[in-house]
Design a protein around this ligand. Structure first.
Ligand code: NAP
Length: 266
């Protein structure tokens, strides 16, 4: 049997075990996905036993950066984002990836098709915003960053440009607006990260907050006729990318989504 786990602190809330175990059951794979709580500062001590016990790991707060120096190799996604959320222990070597990048890009492409030349405004400059912005930039989109702390937006924009990203000049409206802040999340679901007058019917609006599943921003976007993408889509697709890395399988997205929706309701 192959074993996988999500490591972090806290991990109790993680939806990864439900999503991955649902896929293993559906495809009849002899695999199991567990939750392992590892406290901040304990990664270095625990890494050897994790490596011995598991074929792959999902990595969450507070270990996404701490795990990096312990790995043999980093994928380009992890290097660009500067954080690892997926570790593969294939063939005795450990390699770190950032699957949020593919999760966001694949979610958008499923709705709008190619991202090439699309003008994308990302709200936020934290870990998720970085993954999304670099992912979209690699697809040939023009990127703009807005953040409450303006300095962080400027720093991220400079890093994006250094990596060859094209900046959105703001002369034309954005094609895609992405909320990559935590604004709108329960227990403050009435908040929106931006004045909703900014929304235009031609825009695709993605919110990576998934609790609630339909945020106020997405409700307002739908009212204006925008296409929308919810946060569960990104969560499911980053998990599907991890299953591709670990097992080389194309995971049934509907099975993962249903499992995640069940978890959200509990
Ligand atoms: P993070 O690194 O802590 O970044 C948080 C971001 O939200 C920063 O840009 C921060 O702005 C902004 N922010 C927080 N409170 C705000 C407020 N009251 N007004 C305006 N901006 C505010 O967190 P993260 O890892 O990027 O995660 C961000 C959100 O995405 C979380 O809700 C997380 O659960 C969700 N997420 C979802 C997925 C998915 O798959 N759907 C994946 C990853 C994360 P400042 O820089 O000004 O503080």
């Amino acid at each position: 049997m192959k074993k996988f786990a999500v490591i972090g602190d806290p991990v109790q809330h993680s939806m990864s075990p439900a999503m991955h175990n649902a896929v293993f059951a559906k495809l009849g794979l002899d695999c199991i996905f567990e939750k392992v709580r590892i406290q901040k500062g304990r990664m270095e001590n625990e890494f050897a036993s994790l490596r011995a016990d598991y074929s792959g790991l999902s990595v969450t707060i507070p270990h996404k950066i701490a795990v990096m120096p312990l790995l043999d190799k980093l994928d380009k996604s992890a290097e660009l984002v500067g954080a690892v959320n997926c570790v593969d222990f294939d063939g005795g070597k450990s390699k770190g990836y950032n699957t949020d990048m593919a999760g966001a890009v694949d979610s958008l492409k499923a709705v709008v098709g190619s991202l090439k030349n699309k003008k994308i405004l990302v709200l936020g400059a934290g870990g998720a915003a970085r993954a999304i912005a670099f992912g979209c930039a690699l697809e040939g989109a023009e990127i703009g960053i807005w953040n409450r702390t303006e300095k962080k937006a400027a720093v991220l924009m400079e890093e994006l440009k250094k990596a060859g990203a094209r900046a959105w000049k703001q002369k034309e409206p954005a094609d895609i607006l992405i909320n990559a802040t935590s604004v709108g999340m329960s227990p403050l679901p009435e908040e929106t990260p931006i004045d909703t007058d900014f929304l235009e019917s031609s825009m695709t609006v993605m919110d990576i907050v998934y609790n609630p599943l339909e945020t106020k921003l997405l409700k307002e976007a739908k009212k204006r006729g925008c296409a929308t993408v919810d946060g569960l889509e990104m969560l499911v697709r980053q998990g599907a990318k991890a299953l591709d890395i670990w097992l080389g399988i194309e995971a049934p997205l509907n099975v993962m989504r249903k499992a995640a929706e069940r978890e959200l309701k509990t």
